[in-house]
Design a protein around this ligand. Structure first.
Ligand SMILES: [Zn+2]
Length: 414
């Protein structure tokens, strides 16, 4: 009766007895109760979370299970693209001629001007220069002998993102920015179909062409772009904002701040192994020849990257296990007459840059006098960060070994 009473008490209180039974029979009952409680917990816990609290918390619980068997230094990869962001502003900040052309009235409240190019770039992109370049590597300063180029001849967005994510140009099929499904397999989908990555690869993009570029309908990755809401309970508030936010570029481009808010929410709830964040406002303002707004969009993008990284480093799941890769899809014209545009016949539109920080990337900072790097190398590099070898049927660029495999060096963040 005493034992039965104890069991009833335990089930009623949903806790284990806080005394040790002195007899063998008592110990057996305690063990049986513990085993029963554990079985009940593991059987009911995901279902309870899924139905009562929030659909994504279940995924959060699962992701902890999934990463246990993976000893590679980079367990998570975050890829951020700034559409049409010129290397000239990345490495020297505001351009002196274009800055002079912006009238005082349209100049940003943030002061991006200084006589020193190094000061200007820090004022424009403080996180990139004070954190990423400090603790990682940044490539593409042609003034210092580091070049990064696209290999596609189109030098516009869809062909650029195709090259980034498939590892090769496809000038025959991908010439323009129309929303045609990409015929080429991409590395995100490849990763998303691997064991331990299944269902854990996502892309959040401002531009509405991304579902076509990444061919989201084929599965393997979750793609959310432009004004498509995220159909999960926990995104109710952001979906409400999506309905009322102003649309400077119609339904084509979602404001970057909202795209980033979605990505942050998804990171925190779903904990993807790979996340792509595609920002678009820099390209939009550049095409409109609004240099001041272009600079402001770049500065805001830098803040958004900081927000993502601060979340990463505050999370016990992501901290010091995440590699951050930042780049652009194409360059732009390299003088005051052509800076706003980019296509096959614009000089400079093939010139790009990239920056990386993570647990296996040595803090070499701004790279000088190096061998040229190419956009078609990014896909294999993304796979290599996660310990994978991407082998599509097309020949693709080689991984960038200088970014990889230096073991686990500590990431320090101020
Ligand atoms: Zn463009």
């Amino acid at each position: 009766m005493l034992l039965l009473g104890s069991m009833v008490h335990v089930f009623a209180q949903n806790k284990l007895p806080d005394f040790e039974c002195p007899t063998i029979a008592g110990r057996m009952v305690t063990m049986a109760l513990r085993a029963h409680k554990q079985m009940t917990y593991f059987r009911r816990h995901p279902i309870d979370l899924k139905s009562r609290v929030c659909d994504s918390l279940y995924e959060k619980w699962r992701s902890h299970e999934l990463v246990q068997d993976d000893e590679h230094p980079t367990k998570y990869l975050i890829i951020i693209t700034l559409d049409g962001m010129r290397w000239q502003e990345v490495f020297t900040g505001a351009d002196s001629i274009l800055w002079q052309e912006t009238t005082t009235k349209t100049r940003p409240e943030e002061n991006f001007w200084h006589t020193s190019g190094e000061k200007r770039r820090e004022q424009l992109l403080p996180f990139l220069w004070n954190e990423v370049a400090e603790y990682g590597q940044i490539y593409g300063n042609r003034f210092k002998g580091s070049s990064v180029s696209v290999t596609n001849r189109m030098r516009i967005s869809y062909p650029g993102y195709n090259e980034i994510f498939t590892g090769h140009p496809d000038d025959r099929h991908i010439k323009l920015n129309f929303k045609i499904p990409n015929p080429n397999p991409n590395v995100l989908r490849f990763i998303g179909e691997r064991k331990n990555f299944r269902g854990r690869v996502a892309s959040f993009a401002s531009w509405d062409v991304f579902p076509s570029i990444l061919n989201a309908k084929q599965g393997g990755i979750y793609v959310n772009a432009a004004f498509e809401p995220v159909r999960k309970n926990c995104f109710f508030s952001l979906n409400a904002q999506l309905e009322t936010v102003s649309k400077p570029w119609g339904n084509r481009v979602r404001p970057d701040s909202l795209t980033t808010a979605y990505a942050l929410q998804y990171l925190s709830l779903n904990q993807p192994r790979v996340l792509h964040l595609g920002l678009g406002e820099t390209d939009e303002y550049a095409h409109e020849k609004k240099y001041a707004e272009y600079l402001e969009a770049a500065h805001a993008s830098d803040r958004m990257i900081r927000q993502i990284w601060e979340f990463v480093q505050s999370s016990p799941v992501y901290r010091n296990k995440t590699t951050l890769f930042i780049t652009t899809d194409h360059g732009r014209g390299n003088d005051a007459a052509t800076w706003h545009k980019h296509h096959t016949w614009v000089d400079g539109a093939e010139e790009i840059w990239f920056a990386v920080m993570g647990p296996e990337t040595l803090p070499s900072g701004e790279i000088q006098s190096s061998s040229p790097q190419f956009q078609n190398q990014f896909a294999q590099t993304f796979a290599a960060f996660l310990g994978l070898d991407y082998l599509p049927s097309e020949a693709i660029g080689e991984k960038i070994t200088a970014l990889l495999g230096s073991g686990n060096h500590p990431i320090t963040q101020r």
